[in-house]
Design a protein around this ligand. Structure first.
Ligand code: FAD
Ligand code: NAI
Length: 466
């Protein structure tokens, strides 16, 4: 095989692409990974990692601010947004360097440049590198880009998207966030805790609307208590720049003045410039690439994974899809199952969901029980002074199999893993109850919630419904 011929070529070096490359190289295959910008993709460079690095700074700030609660007296607290951004940049730089080393140690050929199909087995790379390569199989892992809307020009000076906002070093006094989804809520949680006046404009009846009423209500209450102005069921008509900021015109005739705005109204699959039309690859209405449950496109040797298939735009689904695609390519039977995808919104309080939500179960008229347990009844939550929030579990009434779970409150992002394991393995309420959970810990909340469904609560009054 010549230097230009590969077993597998992957276009896009985000979590989907680089995981596929590593897995295939582990199987002894000759792999090329084509990346036009930065290894690690959106997730490492302008997504998961940088946002969570910044949110960790405000989590630390929160604890310092409420030091008195822990009987600790702190004299003076100071911080700068610039310092937090520099910390975030250092974390991203270190991880990116580590990733490049990891790929090279797996003998993956990294090709820096933009990939485009010439035929179903050939790719042309332009930009930093100019070459043509061929591969038996190809995976498209090109990710997604931020959606824009009419009358709002993202100029990255007053009106930002999530990419450019992550570079802003001067703390604004006020910010309008258009879109109360994942990005809008996480940035609102960060900026409001820095002391910025935040307004969220959300077109649907609540923020995080698709995550159900209970979670949205609790997060909305927390945001309001921190001073976030929430305008739901409201649309933005246009934004106009003024000498000292912007004016945001709403469909309820209100005009909001603010220093800057963030546009966060969703993301779209990135498929332009790949020359997919020439290959007759089947696409959906939103520009997503259609795949089967083995991640195969309508062209049998071409696979697509991650944000570009427009299903769950999350890093861990991209990684899982990568493993399914590579297994399939190498003849190992594998299918993608979306029934237990965890999703976490890293706000304060954190929100995490996996599997069937109570609202979806009701909507589908399913015969389920919903077990809810509040953190206020849990010893560890008191020790942490984090008593707000709850967990709930959806179980099948007849079989007692766990179908879904949600958590809002301390360490929800960590808590949800146990329920992901339970749902993936079709465990019953008893399997969790019979597992000895250390005390005092937050995961005891799952046991307590499930005990309620069996009418044998230990740390909750009998027959009390939440
Ligand atoms: P990407 O990570 O987008 O990578 C695609 C790569 O392909 C990019 O590097 C791009 O440069 C490259 N590329 C594109 N076209 C070409 C081409 N023609 N040639 C060569 N290279 C090309 N998800 C979570 O699970 N948890 C989180 O906490 C989280 N936080 C997020 C926060 C923000 C602000 C954003 C925007 C997203 C967040 N996400 C999070 C979503 C997550 O980042 C994505 O789901 C994930 O990055 C998708 O991975 P991917 O491999 O499909 O694509
Ligand atoms: P989103 O789909 O989560 O939220 C967009 C919101 O904007 C929706 O609530 C929508 O109703 C609203 N909206 C749309 N048009 C509007 C308009 N004209 N005016 C007002 N509101 C409008 O998309 P978001 O927040 O941009 O994030 C994109 C994706 O990135 C997410 O869906 C998620 O997959 C991923 N992500 C994941 C994170 C995580 O896992 N913690 C964090 C951040 C992003």
């Amino acid at each position: 095989m010549s230097d230009k011929n590969f077993d597998l070529a992957i276009i896009g070096g985000g979590p989907g692409g680089y995981s596929a490359a590593i897995r295939s190289a582990q199987m002894g295959k000759k792999v090329a990974l084509i990346e036009k910008q930065f290894l690690g993709g959106v997730c490492l460079n302008v997504g998961c990692i940088p946002t969570k690095a910044l949110l960790s700074s405000t989590d630390a700030l929160d604890i310092i601010k409420k030091a008195d609660t822990f009987a600790i007296h702190v004299e003076k607290v100071s911080f700068t947004l610039e310092g937090m951004i520099e910390r975030k940049d250092n974390i991203v730089r270190d991880l990116r360097k580590g990733l490049e080393g990891l790929l090279l140690s797996n003998k993956i050929q990294i090709i820096k440049g933009k990939g485009k199909f010439l035929s179903k087995n050939e790719i042309e790379i332009t930009g930093q590198t100019s070459e043509k390569i061929s591969a038996e199989n190809i995976i498209i892992a090109t990710g997604s880009y931020p959606t824009e809307i009419p009358n709002i020009k993202v100029d990255h000076k007053k009106i930002y998207n999530s990419n450019s906002l992550l570079c802003l070093k001067k703390q604004p006094k006020s910010m309008v966030i258009i879109g109360g989804g994942y990005i809008g809520c996480e940035f609102a949680s960060f900026y409001t805790r820095l002391g910025v006046k935040v307004t969220i404009i959300e077109a649907l009846p609540s923020i995080l609307y698709s995550h159900g009423k209970d979670l949205a209500k609790l997060l909305s209450g927390s945001f309001k208590a921190e001073g976030v102005d929430l305008k739901v069921a409201t649309k933005v008509l246009k934004c106009e720049e003024t000498a000292d900021g912007i004016e945001v015109y709403l469909d309820n005739n209100e005009v909001i003045k603010s220093e800057i705005a963030l546009l966060a109204v969703g993301r779209k699959p990135l498929t332009q410039d790949l020359n997919l039309d020439a290959l007759n690859i089947q696409m959906g209405k939103q520009g997503e690439i259609i795949v089967d449950d083995q991640m195969r496109t309508s062209s049998p040797n071409i696979f697509a994974i991650g944000d570009v298939i427009g299903k769950w735009m999350l890093a861990h689904t991209a990684v899982h899809e990568a493993l399914v695609a590579v297994d399939t390519i190498h003849g190992i039977e594998s299918k993608m199952d979306f029934s237990a995808v965890p999703a976490v919104i890293f706000t304060k309080p954190e929100i995490a969901i996996v599997g069937l939500t109570p609202d979806k179960a009701k909507e589908k008229n399913m015969d389920v029980e919903i077990a809810k347990f509040p953190f206020t009844a849990l010893g560890k939550a008191h020790a942490l002074s984090e008593k707000k929030g709850f967990v709930d579990v959806v179980i099948d009434k007849k079989t007692k199999i766990i179908l879904g779970a949600q958590a809002i409150g301390p360490s929800a992002s960590i808590l949800i893993a146990e329920m992901g394991l339970a749902i993936t393995n079709k465990l019953t309420a008893n399997a969790v109850i019979d597992t000895i959970h250390a005390h005092p810990t937050l995961p005891e909340s799952w046991q307590e919630a499930l005990l309620i469904t069996l009418n044998r609560p230990l740390n909750f009054p009998p027959n009390l419904k939440l």
